[in-house]
Design a protein around this ligand. Sequence first.
Ligand code: ADP
Ligand code: GLC
Length: 481
Amino acid sequence: MTLRVLFAASECVPLVKTGGLADVAGALPAALRRLNLDVRVLLPGYPPVLAALRERRFLARIEPLAEVPAADLLGAELPDGVPLYVIDCPPLFDRAGGPYQDGGKDWPDNALRFAQLGRVAAWLATEGGVGWRADVLHLNDWHAGLGAAYVRFSPRPAAPVLFTVHNLAFQGLFDASWTARLGLPPAAWSVDGVEFHGKLSFVKAGLQYADAITTGSPSYAREIQTAPLGMGLEGLLFARRAALHGILNGIDTTLWDPKRDPALAAPFDADSLSNKKANKRALQRRFGLREDDATPLFAVVSRLTDQKGVDLIVAVAQELIAAPAQLVVVGTGEPVMEAEFRALAKSHPHAIGVHIGFDESLAHLTEAGADLFLMPSRFEPCGLNQMYSQRYGTVPIVGATGGLLDSVVDCSDATLADGSASGLHVRPIDAAGLRSAIARALALYRTPAQWQRLQRAGMARDFSWDRAAFEYARLYAQISA
Ligand code: ADP
Ligand code: GLC
């Protein structure tokens, strides 16, 4: 019998995206369907999600639960044909603004909004009300985490749960009073339940009650079992280590294919690497930078937050352009960081280009046009841009942490000699560490033969979802056996 899996997430490419979770939700379910699993996606009905649906079928009315309002469950399809369930609940989701925040502030009713996601997921794992009941419930990040508590306290038999923590820094913490208001029984309120330092924690519900836990890389799975990266949950994660698996994410190699990417000025691959230059020119032109092939062009596409270490890039920016080199930054995030980058672009208009905003197609051109990609993250559960970079012949310089360790082979005499080197690790992850990685990278850049070896090693790597999908399928089978 085909295994039925419900993949519940708060964002999904191409409908709604703030970060890598959307890329994963847009690609992993499709990869699992290629392995003949009946995977379906569940998303909140934000305006862009409802607007993008070609057809929507009303499937069921789900009654209120405590203060969580009633919702309609709609049936639809993602553009690539993956079946999609949408939670239509206008009082919670029909509003302008982002999925989590408006103008930099969390929506005040996020507890209700994401409890709704979790409990509808749990409903699909307990009821056969739509003629389809999940055999496995795959909950993603804190947004869906409370689903594990609803399953745990359901009076009906429920599907086993796999919880994926994409980023432990986001925990979904709310006032204790929400526990009852969201319809959870008093038994859930315990240190062995959803309680975390006096607050209700959605991520803890997932970590505590799931049958299996995964995260975006083997290194991050190890790191979160200790402080500081366990972010206060290291004890629980260590206790659950037998159920905790690090599975390196893949990338969508169709959407991110330098040979077929419509956002590029010129397509290229490892056999036509010289065409990459046209993209560098296009990027320089787009930002009004001095147009020349020889000056190394560094790029950043990122949320501008502390996690990503973008302040370290600000710290070395002057030295970088004195090298001489150029820098392009595409990002949004903390207002202070946005202002810092804007100021840099203003004082060095021909060497530094900055776009503050979320722009998918500019992100693609940037990956293609840059020579080097900067990602000095202080922690990184997986990270996707370092994989996009390698596929686009753009050498990544990455913090020596989490998924970056697991997906970029640091240049050393040994790895250069055996041809496996594909980027550079920043260690320690501070301004001095970044400075020295940049110096090493620039020395390699000046030796074209060596540089091309690095580029080609990255481009030859297989970052497709097939391997990860296989590992997920194995875990689903294990917990549903
Ligand atoms: P995270 O999810 O922690 O932000 P990832 O590396 O997993 O980090 O994924 C980030 C995703 O968001 C990538 O697909 C990246 O290209 C994209 N992204 C980040 N910032 C922007 C932006 N300003 N414009 C377009 N895409 C962006
Ligand atoms: C999170 C992490 C990032 C990861 C992504 C997808 O946003 O910060 O490292 O790649 O989730 O799993």
